[in-house]
Structures are given as C-alpha cells and as structure tokens.
Ligand binder design. Structure first.
Ligand SMILES: C[S@@+](CC[C@H](N)C(=O)[O-])C[C@H]1O[C@@H](n2cnc3c(N)ncnc32)[C@H](O)[C@@H]1O
Ligand SMILES: Nc1nc2[nH]cc(C(=O)O)c2c(=O)[nH]1
Ligand code: SF4
Ligand SMILES: [Mg+2]
Length: 209
C-alpha cells in the first residue's frame, strides 16, 4: 500500500531537468517534519513549501500495489510512450519507494527521477537522483545526478557539500517572505563559486503546479 498526497502532469520546474514534461507523484509523509504547522518551528526542516499530509489531493489516494500506482501514472501521462518521465517526490519519497514501484515504472517505459532529502539511501534503480540537503540532518546519499541546495540555510558547510559526488550542483533560492533577498544571495553565491548553478522554481513563476 502506498500513500500518495497528489499526482499531476506538469513540467519539471526545478533543476537540470527544468522544462521537461513529467508526471509528479507526491508521496505523503516526511521524516524531517510532520507537515503540521504547529510542529514547524521544532522540525528539522522548517522551510518546506509543500503540503504532503494525507492522501486527499488531486490525483492522490491509497494505492494497493505498484501496478495500481503505475496505472495511475500512465493515465496521467496520457497518449504516447516516448520520453515517459516520472518525478517521485513528497514528502520524502524514499520512505515508500521500493523494488516493485521501480520495476513497474520501468516496465511501463518511464525514466524515473526522485526528489529526496538524502537522509535515506536512494533506490539504486532510480535514473535521476536529486538530493536536497537540510541543515541539521544526516545525509547518507552523498552521490547522484543533482545536488540542489536551498539557500540560504544556516548550518550548511558548502565546502563539505563540494566533496560529495554529484554531476551537477545547484543553488535554489528559499521561497519565503525574504524571497527577493534569498535570490540575490543565491546569485552572489554562484558568482563566487562557478561550480554551482542557479535553479529557479520556474513552475511558480509560470503558475504551473
Ligand atoms: C518538497 S521537497 C520534497 C522532496 C524531499 N523531501 C526533499 O526535501 O528533497 C521538493 C523540493 O523542494 C525544495 N523546497 C522545499 N521548500 C522550499 C522552499 N521554501 N523554497 C525553495 N525550495 C524548497 C526541497 O529542498 C526539494 O528540493
Ligand atoms: N512543476 C513542479 N516542479 C517541481 N520540481 C520539484 C517539485 C517538488 O515539489 O518536488 C516540483 C513541483 O511541485 N512542481
Ligand atoms: S525534507 Fe522535503 S518534504 Fe520534508 S519538510 Fe523538508 S522540504 Fe518538505
Ligand atoms: Mg514543490
């Protein structure tokens, strides 16, 4: 049984794959925050922009097995088997991703990306691993395709992150009341460190989901 908050077809808004057509599966639940506002100030991750509590969102629900989940992903993709692309996110998707999900998505022809906080090992079958580290957590997934650091975050050692093994390093401005200043700080960091690139949440700029 898998608990999914919502499922939707959109464009990947963030990171190296920004602009790609993708089905998003937002798994319910996270290990760094309960998702309840009253717990936010005491959570490990306090800046989350996402509601991942429950299974009541559009396209969400409880899926009895991987076949049921993948049937829903295929229905959201619609016609065509070319360039099938699914982004597994949450919440923390690695709490629920298992062999049957990865095998069934691959059998249906999907390239699989994951958005994870890196505190749990990513499933080895995933095709694109994006890790977004959170200050105060212990990251075990220190390699992958994309390291996406939300900025600014007190308590992050950028030099340490640069010793990890990622093909791409991205800085993403934190979306909060200080959004404009955060974008300035992110730009300044990239100007200072050319081995990082700017990632904008383009879906928010475009009004997409
Ligand atoms: C909601 S998280 C879900 C996946 C996973 N739990 C994680 O943190 O990577 C999806 C992405 O949004 C980023 N994110 C969350 N809140 C944000 C915010 N306020 N501003 C910018 N990015 C944010 C996360 O760092 C992560 O890269
Ligand atoms: N369009 C779109 N792109 C995204 N990239 C990462 C997202 C996420 O919440 O994990 C996200 C999202 O929620 N929407
Ligand atoms: S780890 Fe990801 S889903 Fe969990 S609270 Fe932080 S940003 Fe949100
Ligand atoms: Mg999001």
């Amino acid at each position: 049984m898998y608990a999914v908050k919502e499922m939707f077809l959109t464009l990947q808004g963030e990171g190296v794959n920004a602009g790609a057509r993708a089905v998003f599966v937002r798994f319910a639940g996270c290990n760094l925050w309960s998702g309840r506002e009253r717990d936010r100030a005491s959570a490990i991750c306090r800046f989350c922009d996402t509601d991942f509590v429950g299974v009541d969102g559009l396209g969400g629900g409880r899926f009895v097995d991987a076949m049921a989940l993948v049937a829903a992903v295929e229905a959201h993709w619609g016609q065509g088997t070319e360039r099938r692309f699914v982004v597994l996110t949450g919440g923390e998707p690695m709490l629920q991703i298992d062999d049957p999900i990865v095998e069934a998505l691959h059998a249906a022809g999907f390239r699989i990306a994951v958005e994870t906080n890196g505190t749990l090992a990513a499933h080895p079958g995933i095709d694109w691993v994006c890790v977004s580290p959170k200050a105060g957590s212990t990251v075990v997934q220190t390699r992958g395709d994309e390291l996406k650091l939300v900025w600014p975050q007190a308590g992050i050692d950028i030099d340490e992150l640069e010793s990890w093994h990622f093909a791409n390093r991205l800085i993403q401005p934190m979306d909060n009341a200080a959004g404009a200043a955060n974008t300035e700080a992110a730009i300044a960091l990239v100007m200072d460190r050319p081995n990082w690139r700017l990632s904008l949440q383009t879906h928010k700029l475009l009004g997409l989901r």
